[in-house]
Design a protein around this ligand. Structure first.
Ligand code: SUG
Length: 450
């Protein structure tokens, strides 16, 4: 196929299924919701059902929807690698006594936020015309740094055909190459199958001692990491644009770009304080976008103050193509923050490309700083690629029914920090996940299955 032709392609959203150990441990300094809900009692069953309801609702609307499985938690191999020995029960008891924060870290269900699972480049953007995947190293937070190994296995299991799919190893897991995946990567295009522009947003330049970054909260993504991914994916000339995130936004709790901007097709919905150099970013994207004009939807700080954007997660919404314009799938909190709710009413009444708003209840995830867009990884696939992937993870009525029953059977209603040391919780989780790999037809992806 020549570079100029484009194939028909669709955007598939892969949502992370919330795991049985979902809890609130306040592990993410810089993520306001995570810190403010520290030690609250979580409701894993409700969380998983909220996520499934979102997936089902979008599948019912005709979007191709996939599901990614939770990882095994508490992750005993990590504790053993850190010197804990003996039976699982003895280890859990000892670590909960000696280092409860470590226990919370290895028990976190954070892999639900699959926007951080990987960066994905569609075949229309890559020189070898394959879809490229790089699992994020998530090196900024220990509890997240244990995700990439299983993420890599899951992605390879789903996208196994090397004729269509290329998998790269996560970047070196050090802060200089801190990579948080698709949460800092937005693809703009005229249509999914046409070559697009991949906008990589970073908060730090690690090898520049004079770089001006945030002063209060850490920047998790470096330019070095973003550039390495663009190289690894073999992006076509002119496809990649690199943009610095506004350090003020990071200091206000915007720990990923997807908390302040979201794009789809030629539409970029963003807050005026999203980028350090707003005009340059827009001009660069615009000049590289082929076949369509960029449609920026800019929200001013006067309309929606930065703090309200962070509190409501307005920008952590899914922007979805419909037959007549774009649908913004927002978290329920957007209707609880007055400036945001008013803004949304004006937005859909106006003439812009976003024509509808739908509210999703993902409160359990939101309390840890994860809105609708955090919960999904976008993978643009041509029809051939869609046929070539493992289809057992695609949402259907039957799969929804099956997963709902599975959650009802295996998940607890509530989990507190004290519960994380319960060996029965580990046992229940492993039993549930073992069954899940069968339901999804994924083979053996977990350490406990090896
Ligand atoms: O990495 N929260 C996640 C939220 C990730 C949201 N993802 C995107 N914006 N794409 C994080 O900060 C909190 C866990 C806790 O505190 O228990 C947590 O990991």
């Amino acid at each position: 196929m020549s570079n100029t032709q484009s194939k028909r392609a669709v955007e598939v959203n892969f949502d992370g299924l919330v795991g049985p150990t979902h809890n609130y441990a306040g592990l993410s300094w810089g993520n306001v919701a995570s810190k403010s809900n520290e030690y609250a009692v979580a409701n894993p069953k409700q969380a998983a059902l909220q996520g499934l309801a979102k997936m089902k609702s979008l599948a019912d609307r005709g979007y191709v929807q996939g599901v990614l499985p939770p990882h095994e938690r508490p992750h005993m191999p990590t504790l053993r690698a850190l010197g804990y020995a003996g039976s699982d029960a003895a280890i859990l008891q000892r670590v909960s006594r000696e280092d409860p924060v470590l226990l919370a870290a290895v028990a976190s269900a954070s892999c639900m936020w699959t926007a951080n699972a990987a960066t994905v480049s569609p075949s229309a953007d890559t020189r070898d015309h394959r879809v490229h995947f790089t699992p994020a190293n998530l090196a900024a937070k220990f509890h997240r740094s244990i995700e990439p190994k299983i993420t890599a296995r899951v992605l390879k299991s789903i996208f196994s055909d090397a004729a269509y799919f290329a998998h790269h190893a996560p970047l070196p897991p050090v802060s200089q190459f801190g990579d948080e995946g698709a949460a800092n990567h937005t693809r703009l295009c005229a249509s999914y199958g046409a070559p697009g522009v991949e906008l990589f947003v970073y908060g730090d330049v690690a090898f520049d001692d004079h770089f001006y970054g945030p002063t209060l909260f850490p920047a998790r993504q470096t330019r070095e990491a973003s550039q390495a991914i663009a190289r690894l994916h073999g992006l076509k000339d002119g496809c990649a644009v690199f943009a610095q995130q506004n350090p003020r936004a990071i200091d206000a709790g915007v720990f990923h770009n997807d908390v302040i901007a979201v794009g789809n097709g030629p539409v970029l919905f963003y807050h005026e304080l999203a980028f350090a150099e707003e005009q340059r970013v827009l001009a660069e994207v615009e000049s590289r976008l082929q076949g369509a004009a960029l449609q920026p939807v800019r929200v001013s700080d006067q309309e929606v103050p930065l703090a309200d954007a962070v509190a409501s997660y307005l920008f952590n919404s899914q922007l979805l193509d419909t037959a007549d314009g774009m649908l913004l799938a927002v978290p329920g909190e957007c209707r609880e923050v007055a400036s945001v709710s008013r803004y949304l009413d004006r937005l859909v009444a106006g003439e812009g490309p976003i024509t509808a708003v739908e509210v999703f209840d993902v409160k359990q995830s939101m309390r840890n700083g994860g809105g609708p867009a955090c919960l999904r990884l976008r993978v643009v696939l041509t029809e051939d690629e869609l046929q070539a992937m493992h289809r057992g993870v695609l949402m259907t009525d039957a799969l929804y029914e099956r997963l709902t029953l599975w959650v009802e059977a295996h998940y607890r209603d509530s989990v507190s920090q004290a519960d994380l040391a319960d060996p029965l919780l580990l046992e229940e989780s492993c039993k549930a996940l073992d069954e899940l790999t069968g339901i999804l037809g994924l083979g053996t992806i977990y350490d406990f299955q090896h």
